[in-house]
Design a protein around this ligand. Structure first.
Ligand SMILES: *Cc1c(COP(=O)(O)O)cnc(C)c1O
Length: 387
């Protein structure tokens, strides 16, 4: 069986976890938390990073930081993971779902009509680690005085190349960014995430929200004599064991990214004939985006065809998957949704299929996946001729 995902263990995780155990400090915000946060701050020029227990938790911090309250409207794509929306719904926001682009599942920048005097923020999702067109989004946000949050869950080491010619890491362009280290992402700590604070106005308060609403961090820096309750907050920071695991992964970011991009390119090469024959559509990287090798997907011609293909592949021991039921059609939100049809979101929801993607996937396995997909389409033609 070729699995859909297999977390890669670099080897040093266990050593760093032992180091934590021997140090006697197991809780949060010690050596490894700082090493991980520094790694990101230096490498991607991020003002301030906070490790969190998940990307979901980082998004919840973002919603608190923006003071989202009952009745505020937050615009985001419908084609995304539930956490993008849940974090804001928990604060009482009304979610205004936008459609995806026709060329990829990122939010369509054509969303000005969705902005009202209640709109507080736009949340973008860099789907598959491929950037949204951030210049356009930031321009709209500036014009209407809105905050921008980047759900960069899948976007480690992905960049946006703006009009000014500078390459900016995803998650560092909006006011706040959130990244995930779930075991389906490029770099993992099992569960884990990080908040990226890009706007000075949020730095001080982030630290307090992160520390259960207290100024404990300032206390540990000897800036205050005692610490106490200053704001709302929660237990957002992961234990040092998690951070130790993550740091071992980060030390291997370069080889992991190199191989993942090779995998992506080999998939694209091996499937290009099927695309030329108009059997499937393949992902395209816009000029303003880089490829971070997060995932490879194909777009089938119908829901029925995708269902048959997934079944066919499973019988030939290849495990593929689809994801994201458009949130505006979800059980939880469908009765609350009163906007337009979102045809692109529905397209990706019904027709997008993800291929096995992990660091240890071999070239032979990739060829097996792609030749099995090809044989599905040739069998299909044969069956049509027979009937
Ligand atoms: C994985 C993912 C999340 C959730 O990340 P967790 O770390 O599991 O909370 C949120 N948004 C998107 C787009 C994701 O892909």
């Amino acid at each position: 069986m070729i699995p859909f995902n297999k977390p890669y263990i670099t080897g040093n995780e266990i050593n760093y976890i032992s180091d934590v155990i021997n140090s006697g400090v197991l809780s949060a915000n010690a050596k490894y938390t700082k090493l991980c946060q520094n790694f990101f701050e230096k490498k991607y020029h991020i003002k301030k990073c906070f490790l969190t227990s998940s990307c979901t938790a980082a998004l919840e911090m973002a919603a608190i930081l923006l003071n989202i309250k009952n009745g505020d409207e937050v615009i985001m794509p419908s084609y995304t993971f539930v956490s993008t929306a849940n974090a804001f719904v928990l604060r009482g926001a009304k979610i205004i779902f936008a459609d995806s682009k026709s060329e990829n599942p990122c939010i369509s920048e054509d969303l000005e009509l969705l902005i009202t005097n209640k709109t507080k923020a736009i949340v973008v999702v860099h789907y598959g680690g491929i950037a949204c067109d951030m210049d356009k989004i930031m321009e709209l946000a500036l014009k209407h005085n809105l905050f921008v949050v980047e759900d960069a869950a899948q976007s480690i080491d992905g960049f946006y190349k703006g009009k000014d010619g500078r390459k900016k890491a995803l998650g560092t362009i909006g006011h706040i960014g959130a990244i995930s280290f779930h075991d389906t992402k490029n770099i993992t700590s099992g569960e884990g995430g990080m908040l990226m604070v890009n706007s000075d106005q949020f730095i001080k308060r982030s630290e307090i929200i992160w520390e259960k609403g207290t100024n404990r961090s300032a206390f540990f820096r000897h800036e205050v004599e005692k610490y106490g309750w200053e704001d709302i907050g929660s237990s957002f920071s992961p234990s040092e064991m998690i951070a130790a695991f993550l740091f071992a992964q980060l030390e291997n970011l370069e080889p992991i990214q190199k191989r993942r991009i090779e995998i992506w390119n080999l998939y694209k090469e091996k499937l290009s004939n099927l695309q030329l024959d108009h059997k499937i559509e393949l992902p395209v990287i816009p000029d303003y985006a880089t490829n971070n090798g997060h995932m490879f997907y194909i777009i089938c011609s119908s829901l029925k065809e995708r269902t048959e293909l997934i079944c066919y592949l499973k019988n030939k021991t290849v495990s593929c998957s689809f994801h994201y039921l458009s949130l505006h059609k979800s059980l939880y939100y469908k009765d609350l949704y009163s906007g337009d049809e979102l045809t692109q979101a529905d397209k990706y929801s019904e027709r997008l299929m993800r291929l096995p993607f992990f660091y240890e996937l071999t070239d032979d396995q990739i060829k097996e996946v792609t030749s099995t997909i090809a044989s599905f389409y040739s069998d299909k033609i044969l069956n049509q001729l027979k009937s």
